[in-house]
Design a protein around this ligand. Structure first.
Ligand code: HXC
Length: 277
């Protein structure tokens, strides 16, 4: 998709977009879309070298970039990264809370710490990011975009931790849409479907399952990170100025089938692996 033929390349000129987990995967794809439309970008994540590589790439798209390591579980580190962002790029106009961790595990084999770790990264991390960005977003009358997941809407086997976390994220998003609406701050979630060439796909889909998944998606293809980034750009733009409190999917219709695709393709393959192991 050639975003530049669709949106003005000045759409986010002078704006600051902060993206947690922006060093790779879907979040980096979202960062690229905002950069292509004029935004300056701040990214945080756990690994500075990965952030540096991502920053170099975003700079080739014309963005000024702040790339500062901060684990979303660490409120102080996050607050520091946002303070650096404000001083170097100006206050945050758009916060994308995308940092996530996931793995598949049958619940009877999932430890309390394993469950808590994903809740801490996905849900507490989303809260921390929103909370730390609040004062800047209030100044800019900015917006929040949370990255959700299908697991929030329908139960997926072996995803008790991620489903609980992402359902919490969507509830948090709606609460903030209510509470922070009077400050002019909008909040929405983007729900990506199966997105090719991402860490999430690598971790969740067994090797060789890509074609089987694509065949089950109503649109009959995997998504790409631009499918998700374009939606995030729309939600952050004045076109969506009256849109708040929504979960909007870029999933090719995947969730119309509930957990069906997961159960039929991934659940079945994992169950086979479990039975043979
Ligand atoms: C069972 C596991 C496990 C696995 C980790 N744990 N991997 N349990 N099966 N495959 C358990 C550990 O045993 C430990 O519990 C606890 O989880 C914490 O593990 P650590 O490795 O110490 O945690 P940490 O280093 O903080 O790493 C977090 C992580 C890891 C989530 C476990 O996978 C990670 O860093 N992921 C980041 C990148 C990522 O996952 N990206 C894809 C996101 S995909 P014990 O009891 O042993 O101490 C995505 C797609 C959307 O989000 C879907 C979302 C709904």
């Amino acid at each position: 998709m050639n975003l530049e033929d669709i949106f003005a390349t000045t759409l986010f000129d002078g704006q600051t977009v902060f993206i947690t987990g922006g060093g790779s995967g879907i979040n980096l794809g979202v960062a690229q879309c905002f950069a292509r439309l004029g935004a300056n970008i701040a990214i945080c994540g756990r690994t500075q070298s990965k952030l540096n590589d991502a920053a170099a790439m975003l700079e080739t798209l014309g963005a000024e970039v702040v790339a500062q390591a901060a684990d979303v579980r660490d409120m102080d580190a996050l607050a520091e990264a946002m303070a650096t962002t404000e001083s170097q790029l100006g206050p945050i106009n758009v916060l994308v809370a995308g940092a996530a961790g996931n793995f598949t595990a049958p619940t009877e084999k999932l430890s309390s710490n394993g469950f808590r770790t994903v809740i801490d990264i996905d849900l507490v991390g989303a809260f921390n990011a929103a909370r730390a960005a609040f004062e800047q977003l209030r100044q800019t009358r900015g917006c929040l975009i949370f990255i959700s997941a299908g697991q929030a809407q329908a139960p997926f086997e072996f995803q008790a931790h991620a489903g609980a976390a992402k359902a919490g994220v969507d509830n948090l998003m709606k609460t903030l849409a209510l509470e922070w609406g009077p400050y002019g701050i909008r909040a929405n979630s983007v729900l990506p479907g199966w997105i090719a060439d991402t860490e999430g796909l690598k971790r969740l889909a067994p090797p060789g399952s890509e074609h089987r998944i694509a065949d089950e998606v109503p649109i009959r293809r995997m998504g790409d990170t631009t499918d998700v980034g374009a939606l995030a750009c729309f939600l952050a733009s004045p076109l969506a100025g009256y849109v708040t409190g929504n979960v909007v999917a870029a999933d090719g219709g995947m969730m119309l089938r509930g957990s069906g695709i997961w159960t039929q393709v991934i659940g079945a393959m994992l169950a086979e692996t479990d039975a043979s192991g």
